[in-house]
Design a protein. Structure first.
Lengths: 377, 78
């Protein structure tokens, strides 16, 4: 079995993830912050520790501004729906995932939000002058896909921030966090949204966002927080303002395991290994007759997400043939129709391969051999 | 320390209770997490019970917003 769908969710997970998950489910199991007993407090301690570690991981100042959500989509929805008001103008790019595009489309219809989309070139590059020109007096935010889930291109956040001045930047870091270093201070990121089950190695069902001091989106959800229980009013203080109902504490425990693994391996080491894996795959794919790799510029830095097509074959046929050999990839539009229009592969889409930290050279060789056979048929 | 010489510090969130716990542990200051006494608040969460000189300890916690600080008799002291 070869799993090349790590951009959807990472698999396998490191043993630290499983150990922390097991420890929580078998030995703690309480509802955090909900009762005075030891199991509830121990659950809250796990959550606290994970929150502190993740805040430190992105160089945030204040862990109460790190909010846990169900997934990257919920994080983006909280930022977008919670901040954009009637008549606001917002700028985004043609590489965005539907977790950005769909809430924005909703706001255009429901709140009269005005949307400007900057069209990237087919290799995912943004024109910074165009970005600067898009900014108006009423521009409330710029929303940027940090690493493309279709072609793996990475946007230069600091450069974009320089081009847009004081306008708030919301970064979708689902494909970059845990793969390349992110420092929200150096990059001047106002809000960073991401999932925790991809390169942070938590189990599925966990995302997070960090909101810079001074920005206070309206919550998406209201309810029980275990705090201020005498009041029927939802609390204003963090993190409770954005976290209500029972959280995914097992998932948060698994995140603590994932972050421990990353710390032990070293993010620099993880980054360079993933880069080497991508380069080997791209080289191998480009050498096969009839295969087109999209958006790759030699020398540029990418996340390990590669889109390609086999001449004359639909992506779904290629995916089916690979699946029969127990090689698991993702085919189609990857929830990003605009990105496929950008690279010229709409509506059929592409075959997307996303290796992970545990990918071996042998797996890449088997995969390339399988593709050579498919391309020949 | 006699049992009637303690203070209770209330915070708004369990997150802040645990931030306080982390700091108190770092400074090896004796403390306990206990359920919020009903006479102080109707909240159902946890608070910090401090068996040390509260005036010396409070400056260590000055970055955390407190909901109140009480002596063993339930008198509001901060």
């Amino acid at each position: 079995m070869i799993y090349f769908d790590n951009a959807a969710t990472s698999f396998p997970k490191p043993k630290e993830t499983i150990e922390h998950l097991n420890m929580f489910v078998n030995e703690i199991g309480g509802n955090p912050g909900r009762s005075g007993h030891s199991l509830s407090v121990d659950a809250a301690r796990i959550m606290f520790e994970a929150r502190e570690k993740l805040t430190e991981f992105i160089n945030g100042d204040d862990s109460e501004r790190l909010i846990f959500t169900q997934n990257g989509t919920e994080s983006l929805n909280l930022a977008i729906l919670g901040l954009l008001k009637d008549g606001d103008h917002v700028v985004t790019t043609s590489l965005e995932h539907n977790s950005v595009m769909r809430p924005l489309m909703f706001l255009m219809k429901e709140r009269g939000v005005e949307l400007s989309i900057i069209h990237c070139d087919p290799s995912g590059c943004l024109d910074m002058d165009e970005m600067a020109r898009m900014i108006r007096k009423d521009t409330r935010a710029v929303i940027i896909n940090h690493g493309s889930n279709v072609i793996g291109s990475i946007q230069p956040i600091s450069e974009i921030k320089r081009a847009i001045g004081d306008v708030m930047i919301i970064v979708d870091a689902c494909q970059t966090i845990g793969t390349i270093p992110i420092d929200i201070k150096t990059d001047n990121i106002d809000i960073i949204c991401f999932s925790c089950h991809k390169s942070l190695f938590a189990v599925q069902g966990l995302g997070a966002l960090y909101i810079r001091t001074g920005i206070d989106p309206t919550p998406l959800k209201f309810g029980g927080t275990g705090s201020k229980s005498e009041s029927v009013e939802h609390p204003d203080f963090l993190p409770d303002r954005y976290e209500c109902g029972t959280p995914n504490t097992p998932g948060i425990a698994s995140l603590l395991g994932g972050l421990t693994f990353i710390e032990n391996e070293g993010l620099t080491n993880i980054s360079s290994k993933k880069r080497a894996v991508r380069e080997k795959l791209v080289r191998g794919l480009s050498d096969i007759d009839g295969i087109t790799v999209y958006g790759d510029i030699p020398g540029n830095i990418y996340v390990p997400v590669i889109s390609f097509n086999v001449g004359g074959r639909l992506p779904s046929e290629v995916g089916y043939a690979l699946n029969q050999q127990q090689i698991y990839v993702r085919v189609g539009l990857q929830c990003s129709p605009m990105a496929h229009k950008t690279i010229g592969t709409f509506p059929e889409g592409t075959v997307r391969v996303s290796p992970g930290y545990f990918t071996t050279n042998e797996e890449i060789d088997i995969f390339l051999e399988a593709l050579k056979n498919i391309a020949r048929q | 320390m006699p049992d009637n010489k303690y203070s209770i510090i209330l915070f708004y969130t369990i997150h802040d209770v645990l931030r306080a716990e982390k700091i108190l542990k770092q400074h090896r200051i004796p403390h306990e997490l206990v359920p919020v006494p009903r006479n102080l608040s109707s909240d159902c969460g946890m608070c910090v019970k401090l068996q040390d000189d509260i005036e010396k300890t409070l400056p260590l916690l000055n970055k955390i917003e407190m909901a109140g600080c009480y002596d063993a008799e339930g008198k509001h002291i901060h």
